[in-house]
Design a protein around this ligand. Structure first.
Ligand code: AGP
Length: 613
């Protein structure tokens, strides 16, 4: 998704903004630009990667101590320089950057053209510039002109505006959910960003704008108001991440770093939430009495992509541990199907970014129908985190790679804790069972570390053999079926190989027609209650000359003999096995993408946080 960075203070504004935009590259973009004020308003824009903008800035540097910048992920208008942000008005007095979509831009554009405004781009964003220009011409000050212009817009937006007539301020607004609007507080300088990594090296004191809130940022301070002009005060949050954890470190890619961080991130998400001597779980961000827990009749999990697959694993965990009926629904479907929910339903959103527009809309829909809304979220202070009645923070640290990895496994650990928590409150989980489950959970980080140990599995051999394949199938049963879905998603989103995940039992109902000696089939066949069923699936694939890559528990010679290749994991509690079985699939996708020379951290067409429909 698009990214915004702003700075006002005493330093070289465009350099700070440019470095901030680089920290937002993971969000996905296809053009970029910066506007700075130094007596005059000056703009540099370039299509493609930030390196192109950097070249322009080297040729013709921007001066000044106030600037805003933007990385654009094209929606309306091709990703060319003319459509890149910032957009200036005809007199080049103001410049605007925006995340989101002006849903009524055609009407506004026609109206403004009728009033004599000439448009230079194909974007929806440019209407904002001309609206502000119009209200300035009517005599408004910048803030008032912006307020009136923002009030005309439909859709979700994050916007920043600067003007050479009022060269000391940045005006910004959050309308709906188009990604975060974060104000960073410094000493004699202040910042604006769509996401924390962009300003983390400068400040860890941040303020989050809520829907329909504005901020006026100057070097000396920041004032906040609602869109209707009412002044408000805002809470300052202290970010606990350190800048290093957001950097790549010794790894080649963020995705690689985040895969190898999983023993720590699983440990971090568990820490402080379970007493390993008793097995007692406490989730302080999700306070519940036993009566409230017993009153829950159903949990509906809403999410997108990887988070939705984590939710499908969570269904097994919560139903087994808490004996509560769980339905998992894609947020993009849930929000439009007029769901049957009431105050005995909990709607649980799973979202790493906390800003996915479909997931936020699903939460709003649930809230409007009287359901209690919870979220499992990684980004502290994100929209999902703030609108939920209760939340579990993944505490996985920043996940920068577009392909989600550590957020998936942290979520599974959180769902397991949630199942135990609810089971204990509802009195359906005994002290002995809790102790056993806690012990199984305690071993997970070290088992994950074993899977990640050098030489434990040979991914390079498999990637070398199969990186030219056009298709892959992933099969699993029970909690490993969603892992098959996730393994397929990882492979397709970073290597661009067509891959499908299937419940293994479905093979005979059609997909088996796809099997031949060109089809690698990854079979997740760990030693659980459907182990024998999976073995017969492997036989069916072999009978049709399919290439069998089995993901097995270490030491399982029986399945190894029936397979062309094996990937191994240590044995674990069946409900916790998905935290381990996903790791070899993440690494298979990673190494395959490397062999294909793909852009692992920023795959084509993808964004880290999908804040538009
Ligand atoms: C996963 O690798 C993808 N990047 C994508 O499916 C992602 O999981 C999905 O967009 C949901 O994102 P969220 O968890 O931030 O809501």
């Amino acid at each position: 998704m698009c990214g915004i960075v702003g700075y006002v203070g005493t330093k070289d504004a465009s350099s700070i903004v440019f470095e901030g935009l680089k920290k937002l590259e993971y969000r996905g973009y296809d053009s970029a630009g910066i506007a700075s004020i130094n007596g005059d308003l000056d703009i540099r824009r370039a299509e493609g990667k930030l390196a192109n903008l950097e070249a322009k800035l080297r040729e013709a540097p921007l001066e000044g101590h106030l600037a805003i910048g933007h990385t654009r992920w094209a929606t309306h208008g091709a990703p060319i320089e003319r459509n890149a942000h910032p957009h200036a008005d005809e007199t080049r007095a103001i410049a605007v950057v925006q995340n989101g979509i002006v849903e009524n831009f055609m009407t506004l554009r026609a109206q403004l053209q009728q009033e004599g405004h000439e448009f230079k781009s194909d974007t929806d964003t440019e209407v904002i510039t001309h609206l502000i220009d119009k209200f300035l011409a009517e005599g408004d000050e910048l803030v008032e002109a912006c307020r009136r212009a923002f009030g005309e817009l439909q859709g979700a937006h994050a916007i920043a505006v600067v003007s050479k007539q009022e060269p000391d301020k940045i005006v910004t607004v959050r309308l709906g959910n188009a990604g975060g609007v974060i104000v960073g507080l410094g000493k004699g300088e202040n910042y604006l960003a769509s996401d924390i990594p962009a300003i983390l090296e400068h400040t860890q004191r941040v303020i989050y704008l809520e829907d329909r809130e504005m901020a006026v940022i100057t070097a000396g301070g920041v004032s906040f108001s609602r869109l209707n002009g009412q002044a408000i005060s805002k809470e300052v949050h202290q970010i606990t991440w350190d800048p290093i954890s957001a950097a790549k470190g010794p790894y080649r890619h963020f995705m690689q770093k985040e895969i190898y961080e999983q023993p720590q991130s699983v440990q971090s998400t568990i820490r402080g939430r379970i007493d390993f001597t008793t097995g007692q779980v406490s989730l302080e961000e999700l306070p519940l009495t036993p009566a409230e827990a017993k009153a829950i009749e159903r949990i509906i999990i809403v999410a997108c992509g990887t988070s939705a697959y984590a939710g499908q694993v969570g269904k097994f965990m919560i139903e087994k541990l808490a004996r509560i009926n769980v339905l998992v629904d894609y947020a993009s479907e849930f929000r439009y199907r007029d769901p049957l929910i009431d105050d005995r339903t909990v709607v649980l959103a799973i979202t790493q970014s906390g800003e996915t527009v479909d997931t936020l809309a699903a939460l709003e829909e649930a809230k409007s129908k009287g359901a209690k809304i919870w979220s499992i979220v990684n980004m502290h202070g994100s929209m999902a985190h703030r609108i939920s009645d209760g939340a579990i923070l993944m505490q996985a640290g920043p996940e920068i790679g577009v392909a989600s990895t550590k957020a998936f496994t942290a979520t599974l650990a959180d769902l397991f804790l949630l199942g135990m928590y609810l089971g204990q409150l509802r009195g359906v989980l005994s002290a002995e069972e809790s102790f056993e489950l806690a012990t199984a959970l305690a071993h997970l980080p070290e088992l994950a570390g074993e899977v990640l140990a050098e030489g434990y599995n040979d991914y390079t051999k498999l990637a070398n053999l199969y990186h030219k394949q056009e298709h892959f199938l992933f099969l699993g049963r029970g909690p490993n079926y969603p892992v098959a879905l996730e393994g397929a998603l990882k492979l397709k989103e970073i290597s661009y190989i067509h891959a499908e995940g299937y419940p293994a039992g479905e093979m005979k109902h059609g997909p088996i027609a796809l099997i031949d000696d060109h089809m690698p089939v990854v079979c997740i066949v760990t030693q659980d209650h459907v182990y024998d069923k999976m073995i017969s699936q492997i036989e069916q694939v072999r009978a049709r000359n399919g290439i069998v890559i089995s993901l097995i528990n270490e030491g399982d010679e029986e399945v190894a003999k029936k397979s062309d290749h094996v990937l191994r994991i240590p044995k674990a509690h069946p409900l916790l096995t998905p935290i381990l079985s996903v790791i070899p699939l993440q690494l298979l996708a990673y190494h395959t993408a490397i062999w294909r020379g793909a852009d692992v951290d920023q795959p084509r067409n993808l964004a880290k946080s999908v804040t538009v429909e």
